[in-house]
Design a binder for this molecule. Sequence first.
Ligand code: GLN
Length: 316
Amino acid sequence: MLEERRLTIREAYSEASSFLRRHGVRDPEANAERLLEHVLGESRSGMLLRWGEKFPVEQLGNWKALLERKAAGEPVQYIIGEQEFYGHAFEVTPAVLIPRPETELLVEEVLRLGRLLWSAEAVDSGTGLLRHADGAEEREAVRHRPTVCDIGTGSGAIALTLAAACAEWRVLASDLSPEALAVARSNALRLGVGERVTFAEGDLLRPWIERRERIDILVSNPPYIPEADEPGLQPEVRLYEPRTALYGGEDGLVLYRRMTAQLAGLVALPRLVGFEVGFGQAQAVRGLLEQAGDWDDLYVVPDLAGIERHVIAYRK
Ligand code: GLN
């Protein structure tokens, strides 16, 4: 592939792009660029400044090895160990799903509505109440500081982004996979929110029910791909991302059924629930939530492709 003669960085990039294209990699230029940034330890602009320099010889072996992995179909995020989500660089390993851009919209909607619901309460009650007798003081403090819980946190994308955006929110995050939790914990340190996030290993809401946690805001992007759809998935997804993060049983809805059934076991029904759903699932999930609680409003938010992607339920 790359000849031993000294290539410039620009030449290394263009040879890599054509190498990846020959191997049927989609978006060969973007992939070559991300791998090159990684190998050089440069940002995009830093790399462009060095465009005319010679490619560092000591990195040549590493560079070839990474290109081979990409050519074989591995997601670039696992190769470089990182994916950006909501402006933060998240560590990703094959133990976690690669965070997707549409999930940023769920974070955004939960932030918008959560801030509205909890700040309205602060205005209602007035801050003077916080100086009342002990019990009242605590109750008010709790009411002003919602606890948000992310089920199936994976890399921690949703939970940690919320923690970083809202210093006053308490954040819980759980996952069935200890390997995923290790990645989420390391991301919590990366984002500097380690102290404000509580992690637990366990099956959906079970760990929080056992601890009698009061959850005000419940969010989840659970595995939702119907098992029957497996053969049609892109090989990058099907062969590399963790099965337990992808499939939601026969019709894809199994985790939503189980989570909405578990709601009754919590000390109180959350006031705000936000779920990400798969193609064609929004109305079914909306129905499950409708049955599980008394809401003031339930609505569906489309993603940028116009697909019904998030189901939101809340009480004022
Ligand atoms: N909550 C994580 C995310 O949205 C992982 C989701 C999953 O593994 N299904 O990226």
